[in-house]
Design a protein around this ligand. Structure first.
Ligand code: 5AD
Ligand code: SF4
Length: 447
């Protein structure tokens, strides 16, 4: 038995990939371990989306070097260090140059080849093995059949890569072109997750609503149709999907929200900015009004839909007036939750070369005004839940004695008094108190 420690950075796709790497390494005798200190293999599954995320990798590698040397000197054990994910893809050679103690570098499309890479390693020669190909073969066809237990709520990757080329974003370069798994493969994995105890499945993709996988009828199915099909799978109680692009929000998907009870009333639909000039410079290919029109149609279909979004402030050329348009859009839409970021120059993306970069201090000011508005909307949304009844999926043991945590249909974290026997159950609760980032509830009993 060998100990495997994986540290995951960034998005949910990386969380899923880390689980799949665990599955890939299981036949070689690797079992998940909670700490790097005495691990035989450490994998950093990295994120390249913003500069800060990328930098973390090199500081973590510095710490791991010491652990590796200590393991070798003190107990004569070799600790293998692997860098996976999007930094691996973007900076493969650079990583082994700056951190020659790294044994393997594997890109997001090649991790099914990890076992083969391990055989090429020669610890004595201190070589490193790099695989950042976009392979001909599709990794999903080479991943093990076995899916380890994932918990009551699990991710399932259905689509990967992106052809949208937003001017700020590295994803089309690190994850490659859009690719959709077949309906059969997705259903098969969903059944395995259910058999292992999962009740809520979040379908993942960098551009998940661009899904166009081959259906059992040989035709390409969209995400709406896939969701209808998955809702029929025995044991799939709840469905979600993330992350979406407004241009791919088609009628079938909008009506899926109205027609599929298992599809939760929550949607993450990033807009990034509210100014048409900036949206165009970002290459988003829609206007603010077109985005709002989609939101209105979604709310016509599902009035209680909770909306979430992503925002970038300080994109090159963004003026005060442009930023005011973003605040106006946020005001008009009203979000239940949102993520907002300062624009970060990413090497190789079109916007990184723009000359009209925005001052860091201006970015910081805009970010805090935007976050203030988004926070107040989130609090208002949560407050509106007080006194209401909701079905909560019990996911984890809470931090305090006798406390459990779960997830509301609207993606809120919910804390309540309960016990471990309730894990994986969907229980009716009354929301007693709203906070900024969570709710407190009490279980409703039938007697
Ligand atoms: N700078 C800041 N934020 C970015 N995002 C993507 N690229 C950048 C960048 N260069 C944000 C977008 C995206 C989310 C995942 O990360 O808002 O939706
Ligand atoms: Fe990046 Fe735009 Fe593709 Fe989203 S749609 S992954 S922001 S390029």
């Amino acid at each position: 038995m060998k100990k495997l420690y994986i540290k995951t950075y960034g998005c949910q796709m990386n969380v899923y990939d880390s689980d799949r790497m665990t599955d890939v390494l299981a036949p070689l005798g690797y079992v998940p371990h909670h700490a790097p200190e005495d691990a035989d293999m450490v994998i950093l599954n990295t994120c390249h989306i913003r500069e800060k995320a990328s930098e973390k990798v090199f500081s973590e590698l510095g710490r791991l070097r010491q652990l590796k040397e200590r393991a070798r000197d003190q107990i004569g054990r070799d600790m293998m260090i692997t860098v996976a994910g999007c930094v691996a893809q973007a900076e493969g050679e650079e990583i082994t140059r700056r951190a020659p103690w790294v044994d393997m570098v594997v890109g997001p499309q090649s991790y099914h080849r990890l076992p083969e890479m391990i055989t090429k390693l020669d610890p004595a020669a201190r070589n490193s093995v790099i695989d950042t190909d976009f392979p001909e073969e599709v990794k999903f066809d080479y991943l093990p059949e076995e899916v380890a237990h994932r918990g009551p709520a699990a991710f399932l990757s259905v689509q990967e890569g992106c052809d949208k080329f937003c001017a700020f974003c590295v994803v089309p370069y690190t994850r490659g072109a859009e690719f959709s798994r077949s309906v059969a493969q997705v259903v098969d994995e969903a059944k395995k997750l259910v058999a292992a105890g999962t009740r809520e499945i979040t379908l993942l993709g960098q551009n998940v609503n661009a899904y166009h996988g081959e259906g059992p009828d040989g035709k390409n199915w969209g995400l709406g149709r896939l969701l209808h099909h998955l809702a029929e799978v025995d044991g799939v109680e709840r469905l979600r999907y993330t992350t979406s692009h407004p241009l791919d929000m088609d009628d079938e998907l909008i009506y899926a929200h109205r027609d599929i009870p298992a599809l939760m009333p929550y949607l993450h639909l990033p807009v990034q900015a509210g100014s048409d000039r900036i949206l165009s410079a970002m290459n988003r290919r829609h206007t603010a009004d077109e985005y709002i029109a989609i939101i209105d149609r979604l709310r016509d279909a599902v009035p209680h839909l909770a909306l979430s979004g992503d925002f970038i402030v300080g994109f090159p050329g963004e003026t005060d007036a442009d930023f005011a348009d973003t605040l106006r859009l946020v005001d008009r839409v009203s979000y239940a939750s949102a993520y907002s970021f300062k624009y970060s120059e990413r090497p190789g993306t079109p916007a990184a070369n723009a000359e009209n970069q925005v001052d860091e201090a201006v970015k910081s000011d805009r970010l805090s005004s935007l976050q203030q508005l988004l926070d107040s909307q989130q609090m208002a949304f949560n407050k509106g839940c007080e006194g209401t009844k909701m079905d909560i999926l019990v996911e984890r043991v809470g931090g305090r004695d006798g406390q459990m945590t779960g997830r509301s249909p609207f993606m809120q974290s919910v804390y309540f008094e309960g016990d471990e026997s309730q894990l994986g159950q969907i229980l009716p609760m009354e929301i007693s108190e709203a906070r900024q980032n969570s709710l407190t509830a009490r279980i409703l009993t039938s007697d």
